[in-house]
Ligand binder design. Structure first.
Ligand SMILES: [Fe+2]
Length: 249
């Protein structure tokens, strides 16, 4: 009869996972002023410090390479990374940022692949993204060209493309053609909405996630990443030992 006074059970909140167990963050926008990521060296510093505090041990920065908006050359990205590393050293930060890129699937990307003008992650993975609106008509020839160069194509945030919702076979087909998948930590915190969260969960359940990345652009993302690091789904994924971040230096 006194059930009325019973305390409601609180949901279990996990402590944030030590990102040391993830290892490398392979997707970030840390170079100031060359895309929609960090806006100044001070801003970059805050992002790197925040990520280090979570426990990440190494960093690949992946500025957008997109014909009409961010036509960043490999040289520009390398110089930007050098300047950033120089600044971090001055600030007594031990992290060394490695230059890579997030290639938008456009004609510019075709040219970069054809001329082998690419910045792979760990000499191995080419990170690329699709439009959020239009499904690419036939991505396979370019995917095969990337593989012919000896690289592994890696699709950024497959959970964020609405044209695959309800037709996940599209993602499975990419997989059959040798595409690796990287989900965003922010997706696991619900940052982009429930549909993206659900798709990220599905990818984990289907063992389709090879990498996680922060895709950090700004300081407010640090709070979201902290929430994602409390995700039980992420914990299970890390414990499974199948995340390839862990093998990268
Ligand atoms: Fe990104």
């Amino acid at each position: 009869m006194f059930g009325f006074f019973k305390k409601k059970e609180k949901p279990i909140v996990l402590p944030p996972l030590d990102a040391k167990l993830i290892g490398a963050d392979i997707h970030s926008h840390l170079i100031p002023g060359i895309d929609d990521g960090a806006t100044s060296l001070e801003d970059s510093l805050a992002l790197v410090k925040g990520l280090q505090n979570f426990g990440f041990t190494s960093f690949y920065t992946t500025p957008h390479v997109m014909l009409d908006f961010y036509n960043n050359s490999s040289e520009k990205i390398k110089c930007g990374t050098e300047d950033l590393n120089h600044y971090l050293k001055q600030q007594n930060i031990s992290a060394e940022i490695k230059p890579s890129a997030e290639y938008y699937f456009d004609e510019n990307f075709i040219k970069r692949v054809e001329t082998n003008d690419l910045l792979p992650i760990a000499n191995e993975f080419i990170l690329f993204e699709f439009s959020y609106i239009n499904e690419p008509e036939n991505p396979f020839p370019l995917i095969h060209k990337i593989k012919d160069l000896g690289y592994k194509p890696l699709l950024a945030h497959p959970e964020r493309y609405p044209f695959y919702y309800g037709r996940e076979e599209g993602l499975k087909k990419l997989r059959e053609h040798g595409v690796y998948f990287q989900i965003n930590l922010n997706s696991l915190a619900g940052h982009y909405g429930p549909a993206v969260h659900q798709m990220a969960d599905w990818l984990i359940d289907e063992n389709l996630v090879d990498f996680v990345g922060t895709d950090i652009h700004k300081k407010s993302h640090l709070d979201v990443i902290e929430r994602a690091l409390r995700s039980e789904k992420l914990l299970r994924l890390v414990e499974s030992g199948r995340l390839m971040n862990q093998g990268l230096k």
